[in-house]
Design a protein around this ligand. Structure first.
Ligand code: C5P
Length: 400
């Protein structure tokens, strides 16, 4: 399967003769499984017809801010287009479009979409040799590159002017292979499956009450988001939380109790490459659950609690080729207990949460953790936003 499969590609076409090659480009992108929408600058329509591109892309081609041809004119919302796209590819990118991108001008729909887009942007420059070599073009390309735009190098050969040299738009096949290589580079977990447990579990006492804990699931949801951004298919087994995972590569399975969480982990564990148990699973549950609400009286209420299954320990016992990550939250002798837990539960990595430090632990948006690897080496991370901590944990897994 291509990494472009299922990707939403917004193709911006500016007015260069190489625009005729975009028909083949759209075809190739679609063959890779991408969903392609085309935006053309008004002048680009002189080089290739919107009808051809609409037919090949199977989507209407957009060019103006307002569709005046319709009986009730509608607005082409550049913000929504930018949010729709997984990547914006501008090919051909003319000297004029490149200059306007550099200076933040937005006098057409394509430029406005570029300014609003949150996704990665790629441009394939195409122009005559002298324009390509002009100091202003090279300095504009440098500025765009340093602001994060990926430049797909122009190629050498015969140009429409008859000159020979650099300035030809990269061939459609080369553009597609550049995108594929680049996406694979930023998606180290493409083709991998990651299982994550998150949030608390609630262990019912009666139909109204439960035993639970303060976990919000934030750390696990951040890990799921990062894993998905790294290209993984993520199964997120989530205890009760108000959080919602939005990334299309995350499948959320909602559970309430530790037993239910265990059942979902058992269903999926064998087929995953990496498992991260970040859930704060209740260690005990009431031995019996009342069908009806328990009525209070003046006597003390005694609850008999029995052990819940230890999901992480089960994963450690069953482990074959999986990489297994556990979490630990200790209030004293933290490092000693955490190291013992790593070994007892057969983990490859243990993330030790600190409860003592301000800004760390339950219910905060930040966390301070220490990573402990299989050799019991410790790597303290700085207090940071949980999204950054999640990124650091995933990067650590990749590098080890
Ligand atoms: O033993 P302790 O509960 O301190 O270990 C914490 C780690 O074990 C966490 O990774 C947590 O998700 C996991 N755990 C589990 N099932 C339990 C208890 C803890 O998976 N019943």
């Amino acid at each position: 399967m291509s990494i472009l499969s299922g990707k939403r590609v917004l193709l911006g076409i500016s007015a260069g003769i190489a625009a005729y090659k975009t028909v083949a480009l759209v075809r190739l992108l679609i063959k890779q499984g991408a969903d392609v929408k085309v935006i053309m600058t008004p002048a680009a329509k002189e080089f290739v017809t919107p009808l051809t591109l609409a037919t090949i892309s199977k989507n209407p081609v957009l060019s103006e801010f307002i569709n005046t041809e319709e009986e009730n004119p509608t607005w082409n919302n550049h913000v929504e287009l930018g949010l729709w796209a997984d990547l914006l590819l501008i090919a051909p990118a003319t000297a004029n479009t490149i200059a306007k991108m550099t200076s933040g001008q937005c006098d057409n729909l394509l430029l406005a979409t570029y300014l609003s887009a949150k996704c990665p942007t790629y441009i394939a420059p195409a122009m005559d040799l002298d324009m390509y070599q002009h100091l202003s073009t090279s300095s504009n390309l440098e500025k765009l590159s340093s602001s994060g735009v990926a430049i797909i190098p122009a190629e050498e050969g015969e140009l429409a002017s008859g000159l020979v040299g650099y300035g030809r738009m990269a061939e459609p096949e080369h553009i597609v292979s550049y995108l594929t290589d680049h996406l694979l580079h930023v998606s180290p977990w493409f083709g991998k499956k990651v299982l994550i447990t998150a949030g608390p579990t609630y262990e019912p006492i009666d139909p109204v009450r439960f035993i639970g804990n303060h976990s919000t699931g934030t750390m696990g949801y951040c890990l799921a988001e990062v894993a998905a951004q790294f290209g993984a298919e993520v199964i997120l087994v989530s205890g009760p939380t108000h959080l919602v995972a939005k990334h299309p590569k995350i499948e959320t399975l909602r559970v309430t109790t530790a037993e239910e969480m265990m059942a979902q982990v058992k269903n999926h564990y064998k087929k995953v490459d990496i498992t991260i148990c970040s859930a704060a699973v209740a260690d005990y549950k009431p031995a019996a659950v009342s069908d009806i609400k328990l009525k209070k009286n003046d006597k003390p209420l005694e609850l008999v609690l029995v052990r819940n299954p230890d999901i992480l320990a089960w994963c450690g016992e069953q482990k074959k080729k999986q990489y297994l990550v556990g979490f630990a939250l200790e209030t004293h002798n933290a490092l000693t207990y955490a190291k013992a837990k790593l070994q007892n539960k057969n983990c490859d990595l243990l993330v030790l949460n600190s409860l003592k430090d301000p800004g760390a632990g339950f219910g905060t948006t930040t966390n301070q953790v220490t990573l402990i690897d299989k050799h019991l080496s410790t790597f303290p991370l700085e207090l940071n936003d949980k999204r950054i901590v999640a990124l650091e944990i995933c990067k650590f897994i990749i590098n080890h």
